[in-house]
Design a protein around this ligand. Structure first.
Ligand code: NAD
Length: 541
């Protein structure tokens, strides 16, 4: 019996370790990296807490060394998806009744495991699977993931505490039921933290989950599952499957118990899934919750009063960190004529010092892009830009896939503000600059707003406060996360809840109470303490 009202620990953001030469964290992560690099692993599906091996396997290799096999993962067949759905429904019976402090405790323990004994492992796995530098791995797989877990527990408490008023003689109570059925989580390759959050945020609220990680993140997804299990997550609460995404999704969407999807990935795929859900709507017992964070074409806009060096640093970090493979990465830049050359000279000077190579060499700022598809997409865009008279490659433009999928950080200038690289999400280290006439500032705001179908992140650099105010109004719908005098990447859980609108997603703000409310279906209970016994109201007399 637990007769108390609990307060969860007050969350704080996990400090970022610096991995400086000689630091214990540097030794630990390199040791874990070496061990993983020099062994091979087999990763089965995880259904009902059991390892499930199948007849088809796929290999895993680091993008920065694509001929080096890290191991194999098993690919599901249709029956495995049916089994995983059955496991979700069975596990739901006990999990949905588990007292919330116990659910909180499991995920708080997971956070502590990542902060401590699993930190080096999950970072090393992310460096290998997704070719992140140690800093990019640390801010993602360790810190952001820990923050998601700790802050979401606090948001869960906040949601449960939200109760209605009660009139005289009665008591109104809201209980936040898990959804009826199971939830499908589909995660992208680019953030280990997003993968962990997409499934755990839903499970935390009492739901059971069928989780399909990206084929290009399986290696680090396995560590996430290991952590959840060690933290005490019961079998079947999160079932992890790999394989043909279309087949898996079709199986999932045919189930009458499909209660929602928590998706992050590209816009086209999300729209296709939404269309299928619509076509299947008569199958479902309940209207499915559809939550998706999708693509971006994120901007940096400098006003003539901007500090040139601040803009240049924003471009370098915003466009090139993690090879531009952040949904929030700056990929279109608008500079005023009066300071454009000054800013571009500074960017080019900084680009001269960017080293590219394996993340195991800590002096590298840039590593490889995720896979051959991404390499070809970027190579084609660069080749096209080389031919196009409206475009000039100011820096970079090289590529080499002989060992890993390496694309040089590339700075492009165009005279056409609607040039394809100003509009299309390329998801790589290529940034396009358009120079506008200073007196065209207000028109440029309209241009920025109307150029792309996306509305994820954007940054305005200006010292003139009237210009900042004008931009805040003109670009109100152009970005879900809007930055003033800062790069448009690097949202921190608990500080900058993240998400965009238009073609960038449903804007349910990952890392906020708003997101968690999508995974509950409130039930209101009204209890009348002394019931009425006469139907007549006084006015009748
Ligand atoms: P992706 O769209 O290739 O894959 C995302 C997920 O969808 C993967 O698990 C993939 O296996 C699955 N998938 C692929 N084809 C499918 C199909 N036919 N049916 C169902 N599922 C399918 O994306 P990615 O390359 O892994 O990630 C990059 C994309 O994600 C970019 O567009 C980026 O902007 C977006 N992203 C957005 C956010 C955000 O918060 N808005 C965050 C991270 C990434």
């Amino acid at each position: 019996m637990n007769n108390s009202i609990h307060n969860v620990p007050i969350p704080v953001n996990e400090p970022i370790l610096d991995y400086a030469p000689g630091s214990p964290e540097k030794a630990a992560v390199l040791n874990a990296y070496e061990k993983m690099y020099n062994s091979t692993i087999e990763i089965p599906l995880k259904i009902d807490g059991k390892e499930v091996k199948t007849s088809e396997k796929a290999s895993m290799a680091p993008p920065h060394n694509h001929q080096h096999i890290l191991g194999h993962y098993h690919k599901a067949e249709a029956q495995h998806i049916k089994d995983a759905i059955a496991s979700c429904l069975t596990a739901r019976k006990a999990w949905s009744q588990m007292p919330w402090p116990s659910r909180a405790s499991i995920f708080l323990k997971a956070a502590e495991l990542i902060a401590g004994p699993y930190r080096a492992k999950i970072n090393a796995a992310t460096m290998l699977a997704q070719s992140k530098t140690v800093h990019q791995a640390e801010i993602d797989a360790a810190c952001e993931f820990i923050d998601f877990l700790r802050f979401n527990v606090a948001y869960m408490e906040e949601i449960y505490s939200d109760q209605p008023l009660s009139g005289e003689g009665l008591w109104n109570r809201l209980s936040y039921r898990p959804l009826e059925g199971f939830v499908y989580a589909v995660s992208p390759f680019n953030f280990t933290a997003i993968a962990g959050n997409l499934c755990s945020s839903v499970a935390m609220m009492g739901n059971t989950v069928l989780w399909k990680p990206s084929d290009h993140q399986v290696f680090s997804a396995k560590i996430i599952m290991d952590v959840f299990e060690e933290a005490g997550l019961p079998p079947g609460v999160i079932n992890m499957v790999f394989g043909d995404p279309e087949m898996i999704t079709n199986e999932v969407l045919q189930s009458e118990d499909f209660a929602g999807i928590h998706y992050t990935g590209s816009t086209t795929i999300f729209k296709a899934i939404w269309t299928k859900i619509g076509a299947n709507i008569n199958r479902y017992k309940t209207y499915p919750r559809i939550v998706g964070e999708t693509g971006g074409k994120d901007f940096i806009l400098a006003h003539p009063t901007a500090h040139p060096q601040a803009v240049a640093t924003g471009i370098i970090r915003g466009a090139f960190e993690f090879q531009g493979q952040k949904c929030s990465a700056a990929s279109r830049v608008y500079l005023p004529e009066s300071i454009a050359d000054d800013i571009l000279d500074r960017v080019i000077a900084d680009m001269d010092s960017l080293k590219m190579g394996s993340p195991a060499d800590f002096s590298n700022f840039i590593t490889a892009v995720i896979h051959n598809g991404a390499f070809q997409r970027l190579k084609n865009a660069i080749e096209q830009a080389k031919k196009d008279p409206q475009v000039e490659i100011l820096k970079g433009g090289g590529y080499d896939d002989s060992k890993g999928y390496f694309i040089e950080p590339t700075l492009v200038r165009t005279t056409n503000p609607h040039y394809t690289t100003m509009e299309t999400e390329l998801f790589g280290p290529l940034v396009t600059v358009y120079v506008y006439k200073d007196e065209e500032w207000s028109n440029t705001l309209q241009l920025v707003d109307g150029t792309s179908p996306y509305a994820l992140t954007g940054a305005v650099y200006a010292q003139d406060r009237y210009a900042v105010e004008e931009a805040l109004v003109a670009l109100e719908d152009a970005a879900g996360n809007f930055y003033i005098n800062d790069k448009p990447t690097g949202a921190v859980v608990g500080q900058q809840p993240f998400g965009g609108a238009r073609a960038s997603g449903t804007n349910d703000k990952a890392g906020s109470a708003a997101n968690l409310t999508r995974w509950v279906s409130p039930r209101l209970v009204k209890e009348t303490l002394v019931p009425a016994t006469d139907y007549r109201y006084p006015f009748l007399g």
